[in-house]
Ligand binder design. Sequence first.
Ligand code: NI
Length: 179
Amino acid sequence: MAVREILKMGDKRLLRHAQPVTAFDTDALHLLVSDLIDTMRAANGAGLAAPQIGVDLQVVIFGSGASNPRYPDRPVVPQTVLINPVIIPIETAMESDWEGCLSVPGLRGMVPRFGHIRYTGFNQYGDPIDRTVQGFHARVVQHECDHLWGTLYPMRMTDLTQLGFTDVLFPDIAAAEDD
Ligand code: NI
C-alpha cells in the first residue's frame, strides 16, 4: 500500500491507450488497486485511473461520499473498482457540467458527457459489473474511463472559455482542495 505520484497533463504516459487486464485476483492486481485507493484518498479525488499513476492497464476506481471536500454537494457514487470497461450510451443527449482532474490540478472545465449510460466490466476478482446510471455517476465513469483511452477532460471540451482556475471559479470549494 502506497500513495503514488499522480502524473500531470503533459506527461505522454497519460496519452496511451491502456492495455486490458488478462489475469484477475492476482497479488499484482490487488496491489495496484490498493495503491489507487490510497492515492485517490490522499488527494480527496472522486476517481483515479491506473494511467494516472503510470500503470498502463485498464483499471479505474471511483466513488464519492458526501464527505468528499472536493465535491461536497454531489450525490454519492458507490466505491467501485472497474476493469476492462465498456461504456454504452443509452441516450445520445449530452449534459454539461463542471469537472476537475487530479492530473490537471487547479483547474475546472465545463464538459459535455452522455447523461445516461450503461457500463460493463469486472472488479479485481473478475466478477462482472453491469450498471445503468445517470447524472454525476455517469459523468464520473466517462471521465475515469477516458483516462484509459488517453483522453483528458479538456480534450472533450467544446467551449474553452469555460475552463478556469478553481480558486477563481469556486472560491468555497478551492479552500478544501489539495491541488
Ligand atoms: Ni481525471
